[in-house]
Each structure stands twice: as C-alpha cells, then as structure tokens.
Design a protein around this ligand. Sequence first.
Ligand code: NAD
Length: 364
Amino acid sequence: MGMTLFDSPSFSNHEGVHAFYDEKTGLKAIVAVHSTARGPAVGGTRMWNYATAAEALEDVLRLSKGMSYKNAVADLEMGGGKSVIIGDSRTQKSPELFHAFGRYLNGLGGHYYAAEDVGTSVEDIAEARKVTEFVLGLKDGPEASGDPSPVTAEGVFRSNLVVARRLFNQNDMTGLTVAIQGVGHVGAYLAEKLHKAGAKLIITDVNQANLEAVAAKTGAEIVAPDAIYDVAADIYAPCALGATLNPQTLDRLKVKAVCGAANNQLATADIGDELFKRGVLYAPDYVINGGGIINVASEMNARQTGGAYDASWVEGKLSRLMETFEEILERSVAENKPTHLIADAIAEARIQAAADKKAAALKI
Ligand code: NAD
C-alpha cells in the first residue's frame, strides 16, 4: 500500500493541500499552502509531466515549504505555497486551462497567489489574471514587476561583495576570481556587475551565444561545462542547475566560497555541513537569490496600496535581505554552525513569531 498524504515527510504541517480537476480543459492541479502565518502564501506554478499524482504531490509539498522559508528570510509579509499542473507544458497548454486554474484560485479566496515557474510563462500567468487577482509576476500594467532577474542578480552581486569583505578583507572584487556556471538571465547580469567591480571571471554554459555575449562584455575566460568545478577561483557562483554541490564535485572545488543564484544547490543538507567543515563559506541559495521574490512581492504591495511598481520598496527589502545574510554569516562563526542551518533557524523563528502573534490576537 502506498504512503498516505499525512505520512509523507514533506507534509510537514501544511495548512492545506488542494487538488483540482477540470474535465473540459483537462486541468489537473495541486495547490499546497504550507503557511499563511506571515501573510498569503506565495509561490510559483510548475507545469510538469509527472509520472504519477504522488510524484506531483511530493514535489509541490517540498517546494511550498521551501517558499515559506524563502519568503520569511526575505522578510516579506507572505507565507509559503506552491502549485503544480500535471501535464506536458509543450503540448497541453491552452488559455482555457489557465482560466480554469485561475477560477480555482478564486475559490481559495486569496490564501494563495500563483506566479510563473518551470513550465509556465508570464503569458500563462497573464491568461489566469483575466479571471483572478490571485496571481503575481505580470509583465504589463502599472503594478507589473516584470523580469525579476536583474534584482536577483543584484542581490547575488551584493552577497559576493559581503563575501569579499569578510573573507578577503576588501571592499570590491579586485583581484578575485569568480567562476560562474550558467550565464543566462541572472548569470549574465551578475557577470557584468562583478566585472565592473574588478573581478576576473571564468564562465561556462551549454549555450554558446550566451557565453560569447558575456565574454565580449567582460573579457571572461570560457571553460567547458564540466571544467567549471576544477578551475582556480576564489568564489564559485552556480547560476544554472540545482544540486551541483554534491559528493562528486566537493573534492574538485578549490574555492573559498560558494555564492550564486541557483535554487537547491546542496544535493543533500549534509553537503552543507561538509562545506562548513572544510572551511568553505556557503551563501545559502534561498537567502541570497531572494531578490527575485522581493521583486514579485512588490506587486502585491502595489495592489494593496493601490499604487504602482515601487523600486524604492524593492531596494528597502533588498538591503534588509543583505543584513539578514550578514547576520547568518556572523552567527555561523559565533555558533560554529553551517550557514544553511542558521538560515533555516532564522526562517523558522520568523514564521513562529508571526504564528504566535496571530494566535495572541485571537486570544487562543
Ligand atoms: P536561465 O535559464 O536564464 O539561465 C540558466 C543558464 O544556465 C542558461 O544560459 C543555460 O544555457 C545554462 N545551463 C543549463 N545547463 C547548464 C550546464 N549543465 N552547465 C552550464 N550552464 C548550463 O535561468 P535564470 O533565470 O538565469 O536562473 C538561473 C538559476 O537561478 C536557476 O537555478 C533559477 O532557479 C535560479 N533563480 C533565478 C531567479 C530569477 O530571478 N531568474 C530567482 C531565483 C533563483
């Protein structure tokens, strides 16, 4: 017999899990709301051809909990949630499917806001917006926050500067070499910023056009995809794939710090412990790549205040995020604990504090 929902380790006290089926469009979706303690749950909508509904459920539960943590460390007044649409994003999309999805979101009454993710596009979200207000990350209109990548890259860049100051005792990147894996949306912006700050760059990608464009602008050295782990660099900045910090790459990395944008960089949590033991500073991924979700959150802020996209609000949250990153690094040293565990502890404490405050207000 299969495992039930409540036995799944990923269930982890979710407030709600909602499954939707629309016969007309073939929509099969699961929305997981992990926590609304800090505000409405916000997290992207992933469209993926899951082999089984159980696999989709496992994915959405894991990802929604992750969003609670990411939104809390970014100090956003949002909880954590995520949704998945089961299907092939190349062949099974239709405007009607996203309208059906939007109508289901209306049924959740603002408990959860969806956004673009793997397999869905800004256009799909705009389609859903025709029937629901509970989506974020739009391209057009006064509230629209647009492409989050520049803000994500700015956060990762500032984190690199924090690392330069703490580990190398300098206020810019002069003389430091950064190895960037993936120069797509975020990686390309990051490369330019690091170059301007004086860093020497080594880059890799599987997309030749992206590589050439970035090398032309920054004078970066190009290496083959698999060679990026072996180069002589001070900082490794993963900006492509997840799980690149794993037992195979660990012994190859010569860097003093890992500081990049990719999600889920640690193949398993114990890799974070191992990096700590080896004296490699790991900048927790979901902390330093929070610029993107901050940019998306600005849309909810604009909607609540009846205003428009506000770059200064985004900047305020981004500076606050950098303070949290510094706090994580300081506590890691003071408490002799790996950074990823300190980040989780901060997120958990913030979520708990919000839950306690809500409970106190209800006098229960
Ligand atoms: P992207 O798709 O624009 O860029 C990824 C780049 O990595 C592409 O150029 C791709 O060709 C390259 N790549 C793919 N496989 C590779 C490989 N094996 N070796 C080297 N390069 C490879 O994506 P993005 O928006 O720049 O995001 C990059 C990472 O940052 C992702 O992990 C994403 O989840 C994460 N992230 C992005 C944002 C954002 O605002 N875009 C926010 C938070 C986290």
